[in-house]
Design a protein around this ligand. Structure first.
Ligand code: GDP
Length: 546
């Protein structure tokens, strides 16, 4: 930390120490366990549907759901419980019932990644639109494979080829053109090619080899929650691991309880909910928040202990408002080997300046630290940018643009850093400096002096004290030292004390006599040499590694 402060000082910046590194709930409370390979079984893929407004996301979700209501249930009402599951060719597929990337990214920002595959709906008569581009960035940043549903092909003016061309510009290359992205032309309205979408999902899922352990205690994510005046708090969960059963003790954020009832997406009461299954859970003492991760724990005491810790943390966090990554705190993360990549979101006033900035920033990457531009678009900095920044720990750069008022508020709340400027080189210089702070420093040893041990005295309680003579250079009371015996190093450590006559000395120099003893080392002998040295920390700049 001291090092970071010194570094920040050099850069005329402040290090904010109050940042509490947020640990995932499960890790913090030791609720995660490693699975035995033999316990793992295939699980259903979980799908999120994204795309621009009015391109048909909801229509597609509804069409798939209705087309797959089993005969017995025909006419039956499917429940809206945050997600639903269908069966295709004997295999299950789960769909998250909230379309759009907002909820998706909100969950990620809270540490819950539930989606395995994203379906990007693009209307064939409208083409790639701003939210299409956003959705791509969000899915890519989450490392989730994308399947394209080119929708509304029934409409006049539908031009699927144009959609393909436009998406190519965003790095999505169709399989038939040598890429790896599946494009399916559909009509959600007329239920056209829905089976192809499902087949493609199953093939993609197969490649992902999604597995889970149904035997362990359940873990899930709260998709939605509400307070029902009759039954109390209700949470819609998607189970990610294990099997949730009636009677299980559950905890999610600041809510805990005992599972009293489980209802599936068909509205039926069930006894259990397992891998990739949605379920409505009744039994929480209070309403958990959407995005909270739910765990089953051994007993109620344990659940209560966790909840009280979470409450304490929240109070603390409210006091020291959660600080997201900022350029100033980067030096603090220097030792964190994971953070060798600086995620950036670029917004600029025109396509030209987006490109210019993108190129200049990408050039800054070196073999040790990299700039990773996750989204570069023109226009004002939006709320969606803030969510993406929050989810992917990114900094937002604005060139000649400003955030919307809502975005500014959200950024403040989430602690997302926005840097705006109307001078490109200033932005580039800022980032260059930040990257330099991410480089590992170099340690350089500096020789200080040599001392010969002339005599060794035994002093009770203290141990062996050496009477010495400084033969070369000097030694400080806080120097690092090595003991050399016949040229061989026998110990490497620090002094416990350095004295001149009876008094403590800060330093002794060549030609002077002194007394000393060594911290945690008593085996000194007459004739030993004490070599004094120090280690200089040299912070490198990008220029040093280029
Ligand atoms: P969302 O905002 O992406 O969820 O879009 P919606 O599903 O609400 O659809 C927006 C509008 O497009 C609605 O009026 C739908 O009826 C219409 N729509 C959706 N899919 C199709 C389609 O395949 N063909 C045609 N012609 N209209 C569609």
């Amino acid at each position: 930390m001291v090092l970071a402060e010194e570094l920040a000082d050099d850069y005329d910046a402040m290090v904010e120490v109050e940042e509490v590194e947020e640990m995932a709930f499960g890790d913090k409370f030791n609720l995660e366990s490693i699975d035995k390979e033999s316990d793992l079984i295939e699980r259903a893929p979980i799908i999120t549907i994204m795309g621009h407004v009015d391109h048909g996301k909801t229509s597609l979700l509804d069409a798939i759901r209705e087309a797959n209501v089993a005969d017995g249930e025909a006419g039956g009402i499917t429940q809206k419980i945050g997600a639903y599951q269908i069966v295709k060719n004997g295999k299950k597929i789960s769909f998250i019932d909230t379309p759009g990337h907002e909820a998706f990214t909100e969950m990620r920002a809270r540490g819950a990644q539930v989606t395995d595959i994203a379906i990007l709906v693009v209307a064939a008569d409208d083409g790639v639109m701003p939210q299409t581009v956003e959705a791509i960035a969000h899915a890519k940043s989450a490392n989730v494979p994308i399947i394209i549903a080119v929708n509304k092909i029934d409409k006049e003016g539908a031009d699927p080829a144009r959609v393909k061309n436009e998406l190519m510009e965003h790095g999505l290359v169709p399989v038939e053109w040598g890429g790896d992205v599946e494009f399916i032309e559909i009509s959600a309205k007329f239920r056209q090619n829905l089976e192809e979408i499902l087949d493609t999902i199953l093939i993609t899922a197969e490649m992902l080899e999604l597995k889970g352990n149904p035997k362990k205690r359940a873990k899930g994510v709260v998709m939605e929650s509400r307070l029902d005046p009759k039954v109390g708090p209700i949470a819609d969960l998607l189970i990610q691991e294990g099997t949730l059963k009636i009677g299980d003790i559950i905890v999610a954020g600041e809510a805990y309880g005992k599972v009293r009832a489980l209802v599936n997406d068909k509205g039926e009461k069930t006894e259990v909910a397992s891998l990739s299954q949605p379920a409505e859970v009744i039994g929480f003492n209070t309403v958990p928040e959407a995005g909270d991760v739910m765990y089953v724990v051994q007993n109620e005491q344990h659940a209560r202990r966790i909840v009280s810790e979470v409450e304490k943390d929240r109070k603390l966090n409210n006091q020291n408002k959660k600080k997201h990554i900022s350029l100033e705190v980067l030096s603090q993360h220097m030792d964190d080997i994971n953070l060798k990549e600086l995620n950036l979101i670029i917004r600029a006033d025109s396509k030209g300046s987006v490109q210019a900035l993108n190129e200049s920033l990408n050039k800054l990457s070196t073999s040790e630290v990299a700039v990773n531009v996750i989204q570069a678009t023109s226009g004002a900095i939006s709320e969606s940018d803030i969510r993406l920044a929050e989810a992917s720990n990114a900094i937002i750069l604005g060139f000649n643009v400003r955030p919307t008022t809502k975005a500014m508020r959200d950024a403040d709340k989430a602690g997302v850093e926005i840097r705006t400027s109307s001078i490109i080189y200033q932005i580039v210089e800022d980032i260059e400096q930040a990257l330099s702070g991410m480089l590992d420093p170099e340690y350089k040893e500096v020789y200080l002096g040599r001392i010969e041990i002339k005599k060794v005295f035994k002093v009770s309680k203290i141990g062996n004290i050496a009477g010495c003579y400084v033969e070369d250079g000097k030694i400080y009371a806080d120097s690092k030292i090595r003991i050399l015996r016949n040229g061989v190093m026998v110990y490497d450590g620090e002094l416990a004390s350095l004295k001149r006559y009876q008094d403590d000395a800060k330093e002794v120099i060549v030609g002077q006599e002194c007394g000393l003893n060594i911290k945690n080392f008593n085996d000194i002998k007459e004739g030993d040499t004490v070599e004094a040295y120090k280690v200089d920390v040299i912070q490198r700049t990008l220029k040093d590694v280029k």
